[in-house]
Design a protein around this ligand. Structure first.
Ligand code: DGJ
Length: 749
């Protein structure tokens, strides 16, 4: 995985066993981009960055840069924009000054980032650029990983001059690709329908996503995925760009008249301006590029592995996650201590390992109109407090977890009455409420200190094993009371830094507690938060069919170990849909399984089925949570078409996960059709030379005939080239949402 520098050509070559990233020092001293793609041998590549002109009058002007600032007659969107305080000038032309190459990877101060446990896992290049007239320096960081086709980049700006600089834009990364023959995939959505997958060809002009909500948002996840038009799930070139950040971001692509596609990602410059005094420095968040020529599945696996092993941290990173029961949809705010104890007892009897008490346990919170900020036990619901309840729950043989929403305050709360100025607002202006609440200004250290002290008191004062950290509104009327007028552009980023500070302090103080992030479902499900909380609540939509789409979208970037997935009651609270318990269970299996309902409502038959689900999941959960994940068939209309549009395929979704000698295939028949025809489902990720024992879990819905035909010893090659045989019995019973799990065990030679 060497990073090499050829002095004679000024060329840097970064590579691991599979891909290469090449750049060079241009004749004018700027850094030019040369190549990103399949690994190239060590050589000079003068032809790869020949300028072909067009955007400038000077056809000799290079066209592809590493960190462009709008100089050189480059009229495209730049990686940085700035203003010098005294001169008012807005241009800097950073030129190469020097570089360092070393094993391992440095942390980014105050920000989550990917890391190494051993310096041999990665190599880092730091390139120093300097703008001569002003003394402003840019340090570009590039880390290439040995085991993942990923390259992490970020930028540090250092004011080495004498004038104050206002950074009006400082992207984490800019990347000029030589052509635009790509499809762009983005993950957008809204509450309860997060991670909707959009897939459309790039075109000349701008396209991209951004957030101005204070968090990454359910509307836009901070990732851009590119695939070649012919790239499918299993074959073809794909390139990803994922930003390790939880606040306002921008990720866009500009295709120019020369067909060059400029990708950028970083803090959203529309809501950002940072004052950089002489001697001060500013670090951007990290952006992670991933590359694959094994299709979108191949690309996703690069992110899954890197993010699961080297972004998530703490003891829970590698541990099997507990099966939990959360009371939210079972009771909402309406519970007593006795009801909670009954639910916990039943959860334990079903085999769950963790009971989670959600919203409503504190202050006077009987609905969503009051008490956020008052983190003391509700005197009526928890008369003996959190500690006593947690002890009673634990005494029943199940662990105890608690919901919090630290960043929020209700106007009707003791905290707000004592500190009305702590809530984000513009003095003299109307304060917008969302869900009857305001946001605390996390950019103010005294507020973060207060929250740390109160929350660590609660968490440390009771046998708590798990925390669900929620965040249920976006930020409006942004304004930092502690910031002078010329620094108001720092407000949003300071909020994120304060949030990370609190997350870091709490997870550091309680390393054995499993933290799950949440933001009305998946409104802040991003790599930044994954750096603190190894799992997150993906969506408030727990409908099995919807979950197939949501989990599929999220799986483009995020590993199964990061996805909280719950089985809830029917009719589903978000869609009203009725679907079998088996179907809901088998979608939630592909993630960190939980139940979110009142177990007292189960019939005896359902109780038995849930027990079997939990037992099965526990026996195979390492494979479900940590296995190599393959999207085999999509539930999304048209998307299966990436691999070829077969009408019968459109009726199915199928997932697969492989760990060591074990593989599990989940097959979901969505809407049924009469007089069906047999269908073969090709598997992936197996050893073609190995033999597998194929078995079928008895908690599914397919006919015994299907099970009988598929059980037995089969070759990995046969299973991948010909597949499992489904619906060989045309008299399949009536109904929609059937599902089945196949378990494969690789036999020893
Ligand atoms: C939104 C979350 O997504 C839900 O799971 C639940 O915790 C509620 N908030 C509680 O207010």
């Amino acid at each position: 995985m060497p990073i090499t520098f050829d002095k004679s050509t000024g060329q840097f070559h970064l590579r691991n066993g599979n891909f290469s990233y090449i750049m060079r020092i241009l004749e004018n001293g700027c850094m030019g981009h040369v190549y990103l793609g399949a690994r190239l041998r060590e050589a000079a590549y003068p032809l790869l960055d020949i300028p072909f002109g067009g955007f400038s009058n000077n056809i000799q002007t290079p066209t592809r840069f590493e960190y462009p600032g709008g100089g050189n007659g480059d009229f495209r969107q730049s990686a940085f924009d700035l203003r010098f305080a005294h001169s008012g000038a807005g241009l800097a032309e950073p030129c190469y000054k020097g570089h360092r190459i070393y094993g391992g990877k440095k942390a980014i101060p105050g920000l989550p980032a990917t890391y190494c446990e051993d310096d041999a896992e990665a190599e880092t290049l730091e390139v120093d650029l300097e703008d001569g007239p002003s003394g402003l320096r840019f340090r570009l960081y590039y880390t290439v990983f040995r085991d993942y086709n990923c390259l992490a980049r970020h930028t540090c700006v250092i004011n080495g001059g004498t004038d104050t600089v206002y950074l009006e834009n400082t992207m984490s990364l800019s990347l000029d690709l030589p052509d635009s023959r790509w499809n762009l995939i983005t993950l957008t959505g809204a509450w309860a329908r997060e991670f909707e997958l959009n897939d459309a060809p790039l075109r000349v002009g701008f396209q991209g996503i951004a957030s101005r909500r204070g968090v990454s948002g359910a509307q836009t996840n901070p990732a851009l995925i590119l695939r070649r038009p012919m790239t499918g799930e299993h074959e073809g070139e794909a390139l990803g760009l994922s930003l390790v950040y939880s606040g306002n971001f921008k990720a866009d692509i500009e295709v120019d008249q020369s067909d060059i596609a400029r990708l950028r990602a970083g803090i959203n410059n529309d809501t950002f301006c940072w004052e950089l005094k002489p001697g001060a420095s500013f670090d951007t968040p990290e952006a992670v590029l991933a590359w694959s020529r094994q299709g979108l599945n191949g690309l996703s696996r690069q992110y899954h592995e890197l993010y699961r092993r080297r972004l998530a941290r703490g003891p829970w990173r590698d541990r099997e996650r507990p099966v939990l029961l959360n009371n939210w949809e079972g009771t909402y705010f309406n519970f007593t201590e006795a009801k909670i104890l009954e639910m916990a007892q039943k959860a334990r009897n079903l085999g769950a390992e963790l009971f989670v008490l959600d919203d409503g346990w504190f202050g006077r919170r009987d609905d969503d109109r009051s008490s956020l900020g008052d983190w003391y036990p509700h005197p009526v619901k928890l008369p003996q407090g959190v500690k006593a309840l947690a002890e009673k729950v634990c005494a029943q043989g199940i662990k105890f977890g608690l919901w919090i929403e630290p960043e929020m305050v209700n106007p009707d709360s003791d905290l707000f009455r004592a500190h009305p100025d702590w809530a984000v607002h513009i003095p003299g202006r109307f304060r917008t409420e969302q869900r009857n609440q305001y946001v605390l200004d996390m950019g103010r250290p005294e507020i973060v200190d207060h929250l740390f002290s109160v929350l660590s008191g609660i968490i440390g004062g009771a046998p708590i094993s798990y925390i669900k950290w929620d965040m249920n509104r976006y930020i409006t009327e942004p304004f930092g009371l502690g910031l002078p007028p010329e620094r108001q552009g720092e407000f949003f980023h300071r909020y994120v830094l304060g949030l990370y500070d609190l997350y870091g302090r709490l997870t550091g103080a309680f390393p054995d507690i499993l933290f799950e992030s949440c933001s009305s479902g998946g409104a802040r499900f991003d790599p930044g938060i994954l750096g603190f909380a190894p799992q997150g609540w993906l969506s408030d939509d727990t409908d099995g069919l919807e979950r197939l789409a949501i989990q599929e979208g999220a799986s483009l970037v995020y590993p199964l170990s990061s996805m909280g997935a719950h089985v809830s009651a029917v009719p589903n609270h978000q869609t009203g849909r009725l679907s079998p318990l088996s179907f809901r269970g088998m979608t939630a299996f592909f993630g960190c399984l939980g139940y979110e309902l009142d177990p007292a409502q189960f019939s005896t038959e359902e109780e038995g089925a849930v027990k079997r689900q939990i037992e099965f999941y526990k026996a195979h959960r390492r494979c479900f949570q940590q296995g190599r994940f393959y999207r085999l068939l999509s539930s999304l209309p048209g998307r299966t078409g990436i691999n070829g549009p077969y009408p019968q395929e459109a009726r199915y979704a199928a997932w697969m996960t492989v760990l060591g000698s074990e593989a599990i295939v989940g097959v979901y028949k969505l809407l049924t059709n009469p007089n069906r025809r047999p269908f073969r489902l090709k598997l992936a990720g197996l050893d073609p030379a190995a033999q597998y024992r194929v078995d079928v879990w008895d908690g599914g819905d397919f006919e015994e005939e299907d099970r009988r035909l598929n059980r037995g010893i089969r070759g990995g090659d046969e299973l991948m080239q010909a597949g499992l045989l489904l619906e060989c019995n045309t008299a399949l019973r009536h109904g929609d949402f059937f599902s089945e799990l196949f378990i494969l065990e690789q036999l020893k030679n």
